[in-house]
Ligand binder design. Structure first.
Ligand code: SF4
Length: 278
């Protein structure tokens, strides 16, 4: 019996050490602020949002049984695809219970992401709309259908793209998120970029481009390349804008083509038009 208790203690201590390392790793990724908001993951105990783990919260971690054992992340090595998935899942859970800004008041579901966590292209929009808020997935309405067509035209398959937004909760009446709302949510987006590590980031719309630092002080912002967290990044129009202004599809397609070439890939054949019957 004593031996069994010793084994259980030792196992719990290993799990606790792994979780502490995970928190420290996340804190490193986010410049000192833990990406896992332990104040908003109820299972991890209560601390203030954005605060570093305290002794009390670390003690709370000691009592936590994770759903599956985490491999111990090395601070120097890149996390494995499974670790990336686990960390993104934990972050999505944190966003679902986040109260860091007023947008949480009207949310039905938080909207974290859809797509592959090993994607080569990450699309970043502004924020969820009505359909997204209902379903908990980004870009599922009309604009999302257009985005899916744009992605298919780029020749990207299911495992090659990841879609998320600047803010994870729907702004009322689909308004643009305010700077303080976007600022409160930005650490989630930064973590998504750092964990997925795509080859290219594409900002959809001025809001996303702005918060990713892709809008110059003067001159045109659409079609410009910059970099986001050391990853090449391009700003283009939002699909919702293209629904209102279809004449802008051509310049956006030129932008997307430049992204395909940046990936070192060839452009897919344009779809053949069916011949008209006489
Ligand atoms: Fe939290 Fe972001 Fe939702 Fe605001 S928008 S409540 S910061 S998850």
């Amino acid at each position: 019996m004593v031996n069994e208790l010793d084994d259980i203690r030792s196992e719990m201590s290993e799990i606790s050490a792994s979780l502490r390392e995970l928190l420290e790793y996340e804190a490193q990724l986010c410049g000192g602020v833990p990406l896992i908001d332990i104040g908003t993951v109820s299972a991890l105990g209560a601390t203030k949002a954005g605060a570093m783990p305290t002794e009390a919260s670390s003690a709370a971690l000691d009592t936590l049984n994770p759903p599956q054992p985490l491999s111990t992340p090395s601070l120097s090595a890149a996390p494995s695809p499974d670790d990336v998935k686990t960390r993104l899942r934990i972050l999505a859970e944190a966003a679902a219970s986040c109260t860091s800004c007023r947008l949480q008041e009207g949310r039905t579901k938080s909207v974290f992401a859809r797509g592959s966590t090993t994607a080569s292209v990450m699309f970043v929009g502004e924020g969820p709309g009505y359909n997204e808020d209902q379903q908990g997935k980004p870009f599922v309405g009309q604009a999302g259908q257009l985005l899916d067509k744009m992605i298919a035209a780029m020749g990207l398959d299911e495992g090659e793209f990841y879609i998320c937004n600047v803010v994870k909760c729907r702004p009322p009446n689909n308004r643009t998120p305010s700077p303080d709302e976007a600022g409160a949510c930005l650490h989630f987006l930064e973590a998504q970029i750092d964990l997925v590590k795509p080859d290219v980031v594409i900002a959809l719309g001025r809001c996303a481009a702005d918060h990713l630092g892709l809008v110059p002080e003067s001159g045109r912002w659409r079609g410009r390349w910059g970099s986001v967290r050391s990853i090449p990044a391009l700003a283009t129009y939002h699909p919702a804008y293209l629904l209102r202004s279809p004449e802008q599809k051509r310049p956006v397609w030129e932008d997307l083509k430049s992204a395909v070439l940046r990936l070192g890939r060839e452009l897919p054949e344009p779809p053949r038009r069916s011949k008209r019957r006489r």
